[in-house]
Design a protein around this ligand. Structure first.
Ligand code: KIV
Ligand code: ZN
Length: 580
């Protein structure tokens, strides 16, 4: 019998702390759904006290995703609902708020943390070791009265004094902790040091055998995966990981790397997990698309190049026998290398089999999403003579999912966290759709865009024209803003090709927020930027024409923004003069 390894996913908490990543509640719920289907045991859904938006997202995940069993049943699967976890400092208000956010999930956990290293105690918390132990006793005890499943983390454990850690962790066990997680918060440890630390703590902490020991490693020195595996070799039975390794600074341990190491070296790590490895690539793409953090091409397991063989010698070897240069079968992580592009004669069955192989089998897509994907595919296959590649299909699915990411009903927020800027809006069909667009651009002229949107609420078409200094996309975006009567800050814009060749599709991802005028009174025109408190909305679209993709991606994000701010959006207008 091998031990169970608990996969604790922190993509939505530590992962969301990555510089530049801000996911809205809909996006977090969508990612959480995917994580349950993937088969993780615990989702750390956020830090509920951090903001009303965080609270709302964690509560929605607890309610909407906590009970789901889709994709979790069967042999070698989890066969129980996912545990939803909320993070809290060693402070009553944090713990109470975390509990309110997670309590509606059938399985829930509070994760309490307090730093234990002398550096943190002296300079950050300004408390003594005794005070630190006292707080752990009181706050873990407080959390235990609310919830049976309590995790405690000594922050900066990797640089804490071992003897003191043993004392502090002993106190946490006495107060009711059921999981002890040892963070190498700043990614300082070597694998030898971290493995030894886990072994030492397990051996010396009073009551050690009554708790699950857990790893939490950061990647500042590129050692997060190695350190986590060293922890597992020394008895840790929970790993804290994030998809694509996103997280604070250089990130966390990548879920896909841990799972595939265990898969590849089953006899070295005698633990079993319940992750469906065939969904890893699709999950990685979803997180990259929604978080706006692209995956580097040479990233292990999920990078675009992870299974490509460039040199003639390697290609020759792989053609003769794949095991010459492949230690992982690409299909085991949801990558197909058969290069079989689907064409316009491919039917529903071939399309479905391909989606299954790419990790989008039921229940990853609802019936309605599958139908939309199939008709989009048919459309694309008609226009793309060289065939629809896997890259195109990944983008097409991202498109379909992006379109169905609507604003959800807001849920109650504790009174002291009210004035919620990021709580959801009303569920709504897209408010604006693109009717016509004419773009005039070139060298030595000012780009101009004439755009007609259909306002589905008012059932009428609205047209505007805009000029731009910086190119045709800026002109299109200005025209759209003028029609909607909104000032929008464009926070992120990226365009990438979904495959190779001249008829590749362009995939455009944007992130926007309502703009607030900068207070620079001397400037001729106020600069429009997003304030940190403004909720952010993303949109994604794929098209053979990147200007059309850019317009549709912008509209997808804008429809979400409009639905969120429904109450205070000015009415759009018919036609306006062009300011030159
Ligand atoms: O890195 C860290 O110390 C953390 C804790 C909150 C677990 O993320
Ligand atoms: Zn961390």
């Amino acid at each position: 019998m091998t031990d169970k390894l608990i996969i604790f996913d922190t993509t939505l908490r530590d992962g969301e702390q990555s510089p530049g990543v801000t996911l809205n509640a809909d996006e977090k719920v969508e990612i959480a759904r995917q994580l349950t289907r993937l088969g993780v045991n615990i989702i750390e859904a956020g830090f509920p006290v951090a903001s009303p938006g965080d609270f709302n997202a964690v509560q929605r995940i607890a309610r909407e995703v906590g009970p789901l069993m889709e994709g979790r049943t069967g042999e070698n699967r989890v066969n129980e609902p996912v545990t939803i976890c909320g993070l809290a400092r060693c402070v009553e208000k944090d713990i109470q708020t975390a509990y309110e956010a997670i309590k509606d999930a059938p399985r829930h956990r509070i994760h309490v943390f307090l730093a234990t290293s002398d550096i943190h105690l002296e300079h950050k918390l300004k408390i003594s070791r005794e005070e630190c132990k006292q707080r752990i006793r009181e706050m873990v005890g407080f959390a235990k009265k609310l919830c049976a499943d309590i995790e405690f983390s000594p922050e900066d454990g990797g640089r804490s004094d071992r003897e003191f850690l043993v004392e502090a962790l002993g106190v946490a066990i006495e107060a009711g902790a059921t999981t002890l997680n040892i963070p190498d918060t700043v990614g300082y440890n070597t694998p030898q040091q971290y493995g030894d630390l886990i072994a030492y703590l397990r051996q010396h902490t009073p009551g050690s055998s009554t708790v699950v020991w857990s790893t939490h490693c950061h990647d500042d020195l590129g050692l997060a995966t190695a350190n986590t595996l060293a922890g597992v070799s020394n008895g840790a039975r929970q790993v804290e990981v994030a998809i694509n390794g996103i997280g604070e600074r250089a990130g966390n341990t990548a879920l896909e790397e841990i799972v595939m190491n265990i898969h590849t070296h089953a006899s070295t790590y005698s633990v079993q997990h319940t992750v469906d490895t065939r969904m890893l690539f699709a999950t990685s793409r979803m997180v990259a698309d929604l978080s706006g953090m692209p995956v580097q091409p040479n990233k292990a397991i999920v990078g675009r190049n992870a299974f490509l063989h460039e040199s003639g010698i390697h290609q020759d070897g792989v053609l003769k026998n794949k095991s010459t240069y492949e230690i992982i079968r690409p299909e085991d992580v949801g990558v197909t290398t058969d290069n079989l592009a689907l064409g316009k004669h491919s039917g529903r069955h071939a399309f479905k089999s391909k989606l299954d192989a790419l990790g989008y089998g039921a229940p990853a897509l609802s019936d309605a999403q599958f139908q939309t994907a199939f008709s989009k595919f048919k459309h694309l296959a008609d226009s793309k003579k060289s065939g629809v590649t896997d890259g195109d299909l990944h983008a097409l699915i991202a498109d379909v999912r992006s379109a169905s990411l609507g604003a959800a009903p807001s849920t109650e927020v504790p009174a002291d966290l009210a004035a919620d800027p990021a709580a959801g809006g009303d569920p709504a069909a897209p408010r604006f759709t693109l009717r016509h667009m004419q773009v005039f651009t070139g060298v030595g002229i000012t780009p101009t865009a004439t755009v007609t949107l259909h306002d589905t609420k008012a059932a009428r078409d609205l047209t505007d024209v805009a000029l731009a200094q910086n190119g045709p996309i800026e002109a299109v975006y200005s025209a759209i803003q003028r029609i909607c009567g909104l000032d929008i800050a464009l926070l992120n814009f990226s365009v990438s090709a979904t495959s190779e060749g001249q008829d590749t599709l362009g995939k455009v991802a944007v992130r926007i927020a309502r703009a607030t005028a900068d207070a620079d009174k001397d400037a001729a025109e106020p600069a429009l930027t997003a304030s940190g408190a403004e909720p952010k909305f993303s949109g994604l679209s794929t098209n053979v024409d990147i200007i059309t993709a850019s317009a549709n991606a912008y509209l997808a994000a804008l429809n979400r923004l409009v639905s969120h701010h429904a109450a205070d959006i000015r009415a759009p207008h018919d036609v306006r003069n062009v300011n030159i």
